[in-house]
Design a binder for this molecule. Structure first.
Ligand SMILES: [Zn+2]
Length: 357
C-alpha cells in the first residue's frame, strides 16, 4: 500500500510537470537520460515528489519526445498500462520476498515495444527482507532493464542496494511549486491557498488537506467562530461540538481499522510477523493525527484572519485582537505538544467568549 498514489498526477503531465518545473532536477535528469545508467535511486523526504521524479524519468526513457506528457507512451506510463513500464506495488507495510521475486522475473523479460524495460520501485526504505533478493537482480539484470527506486532514507538493510544505484536527491518543493501542483490537479485556488499555508513544502500533506472535503467544511466553520460566540455556555458547548466534528475522525478510523484487520489476517497467513501490521497501524494513526492537526492549525489561522479583518474595519478593538492572538498562540503551542483536542477547543471557545462578553 504505497503512500504515493500513482494516479495523483493525471494524464497530460509532461517530464517538466512531474518535476514541478524545478530547474536543477530537470537538468540533472536530462543529463542522466543522455547517458543512461542501469539503476537510479531518488532520495527525498516524504512529500518531496520523488515518486513523480521517477515517473518523469520513466517517461523520459520511453517517450520518443523525451516525456511530452500527451503521447500514447506517456499516457500509458501514467495509467500503468505501458507493457515496458512496471510500478511495483506491495500489499503490506514492507515489500515481501514473494513480491521481490515477481520483480526478478519481470526484470529478465526483454522489452516488448521499446528499447528499454523500466521498473519503478517506490518506498525502497521499506524493503527490509526483499532487499537482498532485489540486489541480485540489479547486479544481474540485462542492460535493457532500468530500475528506478525511490526512498525517504537509506536504512542499513538497503545500503548494498543503494550502492548499486546512481543517487538523485529530490529536495522538498517550494510553497509556490506546491500551490501550482495543487492547481494542476484541479483543486480550487482558495483550497490550494489554505493547504499550502498549512503544508508549504510537502506535496502529500498539502494534497491530503486540499482534497479532504472535511477540511474544506472545517475552514468555513472555524471562520464563523467569532460570529457564533455568545455568553450562553450551552450554545458554546454546541459550538465546541461542531468544531470537533470537523476533524477527520471516526468514520475513517473505523474503515481503516477494518482494513487493518484484514491486512493483519493476510499477513498472518503469509507467516509474516504481526510487528509489521503494528508498524502499518502506527503509520496510519500518525497520518490521521497529522491531518487532524493540520485542520486545527488551518482553523486557528482562519479565526485569526477573521478577527484581524474585524479589527481593521473597527468592528472590534485592537485590545480584543491582541487577546485573540494570545489565545491562538496558546492553542498552537498545545497542538505542537500533541495536547488533547477536546480540551484545546473548549479552552479556545470559552476564552474567546470571555473576550467578547
Ligand atoms: Zn510522450
Amino acid at each position: 500500500m504505497p503512500a504515493n498514489n500513482p494516479q495523483i498526477l493525471g494524464k497530460g503531465h509532461s517530464f517538466e510537470d512531474l518535476l514541478l518545473d524545478r530547474a536543477s532536477l530537470i537538468s540533472d535528469l536530462r543529463m542522466h537520460l543522455g547517458r543512461l545508467g542501469q539503476s537510479y535511486l531518488f532520495v527525498g523526504p516524504s512529500g518531496s515528489g520523488k515518486f513523480f521524479a521517477a515517473k518523469a524519468m520513466a517517461k523520459g526513457i520511453l517517450c520518443p519526445m523525451g516525456g511530452c506528457g500527451v503521447c500514447g507512451v506517456c499516457v500509458s506510463v501514467e495509467d500503468a498500462s505501458h507493457p515496458d513500464c512496471t510500478v511495483v506495488t506491495r500489499v503490506s507495510s514492507t515489500l515481501s520476498v514473494e513480491e521481490a521475486r515477481a520483480v526478478v522475473s519481470a526484470a529478465s523479460i526483454a522489452p516488448a515495444v521499446s528499447a528499454h524495460r523500466v521498473i519503478i520501485l517506490p518506498e525502497a526504505h521499506l524493503f527490509e527482507r526483499a532487499a537482498p533478493v532485489l540486489l541480485k537482480t540489479l547486479e544481474e539484470a540485462t542492460t535493457s532493464t532500468i530500475f528506478l527506486l525511490s526512498a525517504e532514507s537509506i536504512p542499513s538493510n538497503i545500503v548494498p542496494l543503494a550502492s548499486r544505484c546512481v543517487r538523485i536527491d529530490v529536495p522538498l518543493p517550494k510553497k509556490q511549486e506546491v500551490f501550482s501542483y495543487l492547481l494542476g490537479l484541479g483543486i480550487e485556488p482558495s483550497a490550494a491557498e489554505v493547504a499550502t499555508s498549512i503544508s508549504p513544502n510537502r506535496l502529500d500533506r498539502a494534497y491530503a488537506f486540499a482534497a479532504s472535503t472535511d477540511a474544506q467544511r472545517a475552514i468555513s466553520l472555524w471562520s464563523s467562530v467569532i460570529d457564533r460566540l455568545s455568553d450562553n455556555p450551552a450554545e458554546l458547548a454546541v459550538l465546541c461540538g461542531d468544531l470537533e466534528s470537523t476533524l477527520p475522525s471516526n468514520p475513517t478510523s473505523r474503515a481503516r481499522t477494518h482494513k487493518r484487520n484484514s491486512a493483519k489476517l493476510q499477513l498472518d497467513k503469509d507467516g509474516v510477523s504481526q510487528v509489521l501490521s503494528k508498524d502499518q497501524e502506527a503509520q496510519l494513526i500518525r497520518a490521521e493525527r497529522r491531518l487532524r492537526s493540520d485542520v486545527i492549525r488551518a482553523g486557528l489561522e482562519s479565526i485569526l484572519k477573521s478577527v484581524v479583518q474585524k479589527g481593521g474595519s473597527g468592528e472590534v478593538t485592537s485590545e480584543t485582537v491582541g487577546g485573540v492572538e494570545e489565545l491562538i498562540l496558546t492553542a498552537s503551542a498545545q497542538l505542537k505538544r500533541n495536547g488533547n483536542e477536546t480540551v484545546l477547543i473548549r479552552a479556545l471557545v470559552f476564552g474567546l467568549s470571555s473576550l467578547f462578553f
